[in-house]
Design a protein around this ligand. Structure first.
Ligand code: NAD
Length: 284
């Protein structure tokens, strides 16, 4: 039976590290890192995410700047807010909570965020740096997964890593992170034939398709490490991943639970990115 990779525990360690570094900054007479969170409209799920991000910021000692704009905010208004935040020396990171109301266009707004303040790591500059193996601010979910894999002493070199899913926020940057670590990578997506065959050869499997039960337990390579990014809400209200957990657990050596695996790492990595953005700006 596979051992569980405890994302709650590893993420708590990351938060403690961030907290300690913030405390040290304050002792040295430096300012606390500042994170600006922008919410447009009244989407209830987004309101919860934003509230949690602000709470998490404060729990590690960051200054949090909140911008709640009405659902009728215009593209021009958001552009000028981003320009102000880019220029504000107390702001190290800028988060625009997505999705935006339909009359707004997210892409040009995300491009407008200065790459040094792009704590989500979605800006083409930051993705390009990762691509060139000189990462600066890295997309949070894949970077958090690397931290999880490091925490169990993963040997990447010579390993075959399969990433299922090729989205801009998870699958693609995940493949680049694993490549950077020295793994041999395969990326599967909706047009892939014989997913079972690729899974059977994966020493490291990262499932990020958003399809409950897509990865059958019997496909999993014995002794492998299984990272389940999927967060699927079933009709019963239960949260489940993309991997058949019980059956996969019989074959793998390590596996992440859902919830309590990858999920808590994403926000912890965001906090780490904001601190890093702050430290970089001190130096620069
Ligand atoms: P997405 O819908 O943007 O991308 C899904 C990818 O999966 C696509 O590349 C698609 O080609 C591929 N795919 C779909 N069906 C497939 C199939 N049958 N076989 C192989 N590949 C297939 O999703 P996303 O934003 O990358 O998120 C993926 C999942 O991860 C979702 O469940 C999401 O909720 C979850 N997620 C979790 C976290 C976290 O912090 N835990 C963060 C981001 C996303």
């Amino acid at each position: 039976t596979a051992k569980l990779i405890d994302g709650r525990q590893v993420s708590a360690t990351v938060r403690e590290e961030v907290s300690a570094r913030v405390k040290k900054r304050l002792q040295d007479g430096k300012r606390a890192p500042g994170l600006a969170v922008v919410l447009v409209g009244e989407d209830p799920a987004s309101q919860i995410y934003v509230r949690n991000k602000r709470r998490d910021c404060e729990s590690v000692g960051f200054a949090s700047f909140q911008y709640d704009l009405g659902a009728d905010a215009t593209q021009v208004q958001l552009e000028s807010l981003i320009d102000d935040l880019n220029d504000n020396p107390e702001v190290d990171g800028i988060l625009i909570q997505l999705p935006l109301p339909p009359h707004l266009d997210a892409d040009p707004l995300l491009l407008r965020i200065h790459p040094d303040k792009d704590v989500d790591g979605f800006h083409p500059y930051n993705l390009g740096r990762l691509c060139q193996r000189k990462p600066e601010l890295r997309p949070c979910t894949p970077a958090g997964i690397i931290r999880l894999l490091d925490s169990i002493g993963t040997n990447y070199k010579g390993a075959h890593a399969l990433v299922v899913g090729a989205s801009n926020i998870v699958g693609r940057p995940m493949a680049l992170e694993l490549l950077l670590k020295g793994a041999t990578i395969t990326v599967a997506h909706r047009f892939t034939q014989d997913l079972a065959g690729y899974v059977a050869q994966a020493d490291i499997l990262v499932a990020a398709a958003g399809k409950p039960g897509l990865i059958k337990g019997e496909w999993v390579k014995p002794g492998s490490t299984v990272i389940d990014v999927g967060m699927n809400r079933l009709d019963s209200g239960k949260l489940c991943g993309d991997v058949e957990f019980d059956a996969a657990r019989e074959r793998a050596a390590w596996i992440t639970p859902v919830p309590g695996g990858v999920g808590p790492m994403t926000i912890a990595t965001l906090l780490q990115n904001a601190l890093e953005a702050c430290e970089r700006r001190d130096i620069g």
